[in-house]
Design a protein around this ligand. Structure first.
Ligand code: NDP
Length: 481
């Protein structure tokens, strides 16, 4: 059985306490690896290695840091197929999606920040003829990076790349459910030539390694992506230690379709925004609001396509919907389907395990794409993040009502708006309480733009120079003339 170790100070090390967790294939339920279950001792060792590497890494010229990031991006590209296969195996996502989204984005993350640091500028504030102020941006130290299981390599590299590009050393803690691509990334970082201690990976559970990293006194910065409740725990631990904290949390994103939209495109993209990655993307549009005059037409077309989605073996290139991450998560998502019925909703399709799965997948955690109607915005199914292939569809009558429905959630991560009326698009985009609004599209990401959530979807922004700002301290130097 393959054993996944920590990567600390340039070496792969077994867990100090000798404990391992089982890593399961979501498509079959079978054990695929044993993963080091890190604890506070392992975190101490990783933070010590990162602290030792920091003085030299922070002084390494930007061009050298940039070249190492570029080399790592090239290595990810050279190992593209292996990484896509590992990601699909570990998370249950369709291999086609890992090829189209996860691995290319990991490459782009490193290239983007490798070049960004070569073009960084700083501000100067002259005080007439009295003084000159300039802002130095300096690395913070050891960055703690905690990432979830839904886009394991994509989100891990979204943190590692800006952290080390800016001159920090890092200790990453991937999800215990998806350790494989983080481990492979560590191997590739070593091959790329990163000095020992610049990038460290401690595997294990959130309650163990994750909390120990968050609470570590020598880690002044935490970048966390995960659930809102976990984010509150991270904030509670990090707050009294005055750490810099960035929280990218959950979403319950509205997808608003006006009557004047290109209906065919709105339906096709809404299928993606509802069911991509089995609905396990924080940006999925899980609440669809459709203008009443086209509601029946939209719903008929949407249902037709949802029923035709290929649910099956994640390793099969034609699969469109794979397996949910774990048995517990499948139970949670299925629980919301039952709750939708209890709350008076109607389940128009899905809600059960597909009947056509081959024998090999009988132990896997699959759920058909599920469409629910008939619930008002106050219902739990409309309020709580389900994070699975379950969407609600609700009619609305006016733009104001659509905005009110959109904003009736505690979350505020993203939204999509479908209309050909440019003025309406601007007005509605401005009125929705969230960090990203897509008009006539979904998941179109420019890495330069700010990314993050309002309300319970998070604190702070990352993306582009906002990431480099987060991973550095601003220091003003005032020179008297
Ligand atoms: P969790 O919050 O359960 O876990 C996220 C990470 O935190 C994992 O590495 C986890 O480890 C670790 N962790 C768990 N508990 C603690 C703790 N007390 N202290 C420190 N670390 C901890 O989220 P999921 O992995 O279930 O991911 C799904 C969630 O992530 C969804 O809510 C989704 O919306 C959100 N998400 C947000 C995104 C955004 O950009 N806003 C993007 C993608 C996902 P372990 O898994 O080993 O327990």
């Amino acid at each position: 059985m393959k054993r996944v170790f920590h990567y600390i100070g340039g070496e792969f090390r077994p867990p100090s306490a000798g404990n391992y967790l089982e890593d399961l294939d979501p498509a079959t339920g079978e054990v695929i690896a044993e993963v080091a279950d890190g604890d506070a001792t392992d975190i101490d060792a990783a933070v010590a290695a990162a602290s030792r590497a920091f003085p030299s890494w922070r002084r390494t010229p930007a061009e050298e840091r940039s070249s190492l990031l570029m080399r790592l991006a090239d290595l990810i590209e050279e190992n593209f197929e292996e990484l896509a296969a590992l990601e699909s195996l570990d998370s249950g996502k369709p291999i086609a999606l890992a090829r189209r989204l996860d691995v290319p984005r990991a490459v782009r993350n490193f290239r983007f920040f490798a070049t960004a640091i070569l073009h960084a500028e700083t501000k100067c504030h002259p005080m007439d003829d009295r003084a000159l102020n300039y802002t130095l941006r300096q690395p913070v130290g050891v960055a703690g990076l905690i990432s979830p299981w839904n886009l394991p390599l994509y989100l891990l590299t979204w943190k590692v790349a800006p952290a080390v590009a800016a001159g920090n050393c890092c200790v990453a803690k991937p999800s215990e459910l998806t350790p494989l691509t983080a481990n492979r990334l560590a191997e590739l970082a070593r091959e790329a030539g990163f000095p020992p201690g610049v990038i460290n990976v401690v595997q294990g559970r959130g309650a163990g390694a994750g909390r120990a990293l968050t609470a570590h006194p020598d880690v002044p910065l935490i970048s966390f992506t995960g659930g809102t409740r976990t984010g509150a725990d991270v904030m509670a631990l990090a707050g009294p230690l005055f750490k810099k904290v960035s929280l990218e949390l959950g979403g319950k994103n509205p997808n608003i379709v006006f009557a004047d939209a290109d209906l065919e495109e709105a339906v096709a993209t809404s299928i993606s925004s509802s069911f991509s990655n089995q609905g396990e993307i924080c940006l999925c549009g899980s609440r669809i609001f459709v203008e009443r005059t086209i509601y029946d037409d939209f719903l008929a077309r949407f249902l037709d396509r949802a029923k035709k989605l290929e649910v099956g073996d994640p390793q099969d290139p034609s699969t469109e919907v794979g397996a949910l991450i774990s048995e517990a998560h499948l139970r949670k998502v299925s629980g919301y389907v039952a709750l939708a019925r209890e709350e008076g909703g109607e389940v128009l399709c899905g809600g059960k395990r597909p009947t056509s799965l081959p024998e090999r997948l009988r132990g896997g955690w699959f759920l058909e794409p599920t469409v629910v109607t008939g619930l008002d915005c106050s219902r739990r199914v409309m309020q709580e993040e389900i994070f699975g292939p379950v969407v609600t569809v609700t009619p609305f009558d006016t733009p104001d009502e659509a905005v009110a429905f959109a904003n009736s959630s505690r979350y505020g991560l993203s939204a999509s708006v479908w209309t050909r009326d440019l003025g309406k698009a601007h007005r509605v985009a401005a009125a929705i309480e969230c960090g990203t609004v897509w008009v006539n599209t979904w998941l179109l990401r420019d890495l330069r733009v700010p990314f993050g959530g309002m309300k319970e979807s998070g604190v702070g922004r990352e993306g582009g120079f906002e990431s480099l700002d987060f991973f550095t301290e601003a220091k003003n130097v005032c020179i008297k003339l």
